[in-house]
Design a protein around this ligand. Structure first.
Ligand code: HEC
Ligand code: HEC
Length: 286
């Protein structure tokens, strides 16, 4: 059996199941995620070398109910694909003073295949690690001369879903060495820092307790290979940083802002914990 949360108070406040119920562990099915009978998704892989405490990495899809899993196996059922279709139309929409569009420079969304798998990524010109959202906004503002899109707004999140969708099945492979390393280290530190009144770090839930129940929820490893995720709970596509925000808030801590350097660093680190899983977004979660 896995460890339980070390913080006694947190167990009580979060209503973590008692130790008997914690034994629910075993994941029933060995089912592979295949979308539309076509796109094969790796949902379990050996952990990357940099992970000291985990030997296998597992997609959040594995922890959802069979009903929720099924929704993601069929693009017609997956409500996240509506956002992808919206973004496909937006891809050719005119922006800025010269009527630029994504399509004018990038032809079609498929030409961006592979991008999702390697972001966040070091940007030589800017001298910083950039998320896909930052990269898109660089195109929107500096290349098309239009106003920046809201970092976690619908338009941005749908565009990220489109860019992810054309990389589905490719292995996540973010670089953590070279110039990106200090940012990665910062993200790692955040991941292991206990925040809030409950004094909980990401690791306390997603590393020490994945596969256990927390209230009615089956805890996953908190992987981000499936983002943006369509959540049945709020009925929309959710951006990575909004999920981080929600999780930090659940520890009753002040949260960092979406797009902040802290969340960018955390995203790079969490993405690297999924190196080897497939890009899966837009995924379906509860
Ligand atoms: C005026 C031309 C132009 C427009 C308009 C434009 N882009 Fe770009 N985009 C570029 C250039 C140039 C690059 C950088 C290529 C490089 O250095 O890798 C780029 C890079 C990117 C990348 C990173 C690709 C990678 O493999 O790292 C993404 C993603 C992207 N653009 C998305 C978009 C989206 C989405 C839109 C519309 C909202 C858009 N771009 C509009 C020119 C443009
Ligand atoms: C108190 C426990 C707890 C803490 C601490 C916590 N989370 Fe979560 N997190 C959850 C629960 C519960 C869910 C929903 C079930 C699941 O997917 O694990 C979740 C979901 C997620 C997901 C979505 C996974 C998916 O497949 O869609 C991500 C990503 C995530 N958390 C990241 C983080 C990060 C990063 C931190 C630290 C800033 C963090 N979480 C801290 C409990 C926690």
């Amino acid at each position: 059996m896995r460890q339980t949360l070390r913080t006694g108070a947190a167990r009580v406040m979060l209503g973590l199941a008692g130790s008997a119920a914690l034994a629910t562990g075993a994941i029933a099915q060995e089912a592979n995620l295949v979308i539309d009978g076509e796109i094969e998704i790796v949902t379990r892989a050996p952990a990357p070398d940099h992970m000291e405490n985990v030997s296998e990495i597992v997609s959040g899809w594995e922890y959802r109910s069979p009903e929720t899993q099924a929704v993601q196996m069929d693009d017609f059922e997956n409500p996240g694909m509506i956002g992808v279709d919206n973004a496909r139309a937006d891809f050719s929409a005119a922006m800025g003073p010269d009527g630029q569009s994504c399509a004018a420079c990038h032809d079609n969304p498929e030409s961006l295949e592979g991008a999702r798998a390697v972001y966040p990524k070091w940007d030589e010109t800017k001298g910083e690690v950039q998320t896909l959202e930052m990269q898109v906004n660089e195109c929107v503002t500096e290349r098309a001369g239009a106003e920046a899109w809201n970092y976690t707004g619908t338009r941005m999140t749908e565009m990220i879903a489109l860019i992810s969708s054309v990389s589905r099945g490719l292995p996540v492979n973010v670089a953590i060495d070279g110039p990106a390393q200090p940012t990665w280290e910062q993200g790692k530190e955040i991941y292991y820092t206990r925040y809030g009144q409950l004094e909980l770090a990401c690791a306390n839930c997603h590393e020490d307790n994945y596969d256990n129940m927390i209230r009615a929820d089956h805890l996953s490893q908190g992987q981000i290979n499936g983002f943006p995720t369509y959540r049945l709970k709020n009925g929309k596509l959710n951006a990575v940083h909004n999920r981080f925000k929600g999780c930090v808030r659940d520890t009753r801590a002040q949260t960092f802002a979406p797009g902040s350097p802290e969340f960018v660093a955390l995203e790079l680190y969490v993405a690297s914990r999924g190196n080897g899983l497939s890009v899966e977004g837009p995924s379906v979660r509860n």
